[in-house]
Design a protein around this ligand. Sequence first.
Ligand SMILES: NC(=O)c1ccc[n+]([C@@H]2O[C@H](COP(=O)([O-])OP(=O)(O)OC[C@H]3O[C@@H](n4cnc5c(N)ncnc54)[C@H](O)[C@@H]3O)[C@@H](O)[C@H]2O)c1
Length: 254
Amino acid sequence: MGDLRLAGRTGVVTGGGRGIGAAIATFLADVGAHVIVADIDLETATRTADTIRSRGGAAEAVRVDVGSSAGIDPLVEHLDVAGGPLHFLVNNAAIYAGLKHTPLEDIDEQEWDSVQRVNVAGVWNCSKRLLPALAASGHGHIVNIASAIAFRGSPMLLHYVTSKAAVVGMTKAMARELGGRNITVNAVAPGFTWSDASLEMSTDEQLAAQIARRSIKRAQQPEDVTGAVAFLCSDLAAYITGQTLVVDGGSHMN
Ligand SMILES: NC(=O)c1ccc[n+]([C@@H]2O[C@H](COP(=O)([O-])OP(=O)(O)OC[C@H]3O[C@@H](n4cnc5c(N)ncnc54)[C@H](O)[C@@H]3O)[C@@H](O)[C@H]2O)c1
């Protein structure tokens, strides 16, 4: 049997500079993991790593752009220098902040392409570049951050909803392909979460409507997502793969 404590484990959280990614990175470090906070914004990634260290944890920050395979080079180099296997990868980085609710016929083609490149190909890029290090651990865990929006099919964000639905499909295909290397691949699909990005993008009425839809009638916070991710990064979940766990206070139910 495994243990939720991740002492002795090393892992990467992409997009760990702020919001849900920062909460995940901090919690994983709190339960003992050595966390590499990877973000396109090195300043915020460094802030998360500093927070973790100030709580007694182990963390470093690395600048990556998950939107291309070459953008992962600094992370691969960092892992080569540090040596040792990688036990988990949380593919959380995505273009979400700043997206405007837009009718599908008005979505800018460049924005469409950027969202697919970062949110979809980003999961592929990061996973494929870190596969050797994950396989070397003997029991690697990949957790992709999808979104409950993929099940709800919310209007006016077609590029984003499409990207998150793709992550659910990728999770299944990757799980089948990587099981032979003893790597599990699962997704966590948060509901609408009161991260900085969401609060910047939403009106008070939209925030209230989100709460009303839940079984648990309160706002979802970034910290509500962290336990599910930690479980799937641990050997307690060694026989779970290809699954998407919706964490949304009981709004969408399978
Ligand atoms: N906030 C929500 O309501 C919600 C709900 C469901 C799922 N999600 C998902 O959770 C994750 C985090 O959401 P958030 O609200 O914290 O969003 P956010 O936009 O605040 O954070 C995204 C993080 O990813 C980083 N990033 C963006 N592009 C990158 C790139 N090319 N390479 C590396 N890093 C990059 C950003 O710098 C940022 O730190 C995303 O995958 C998002 O789609 C969010």
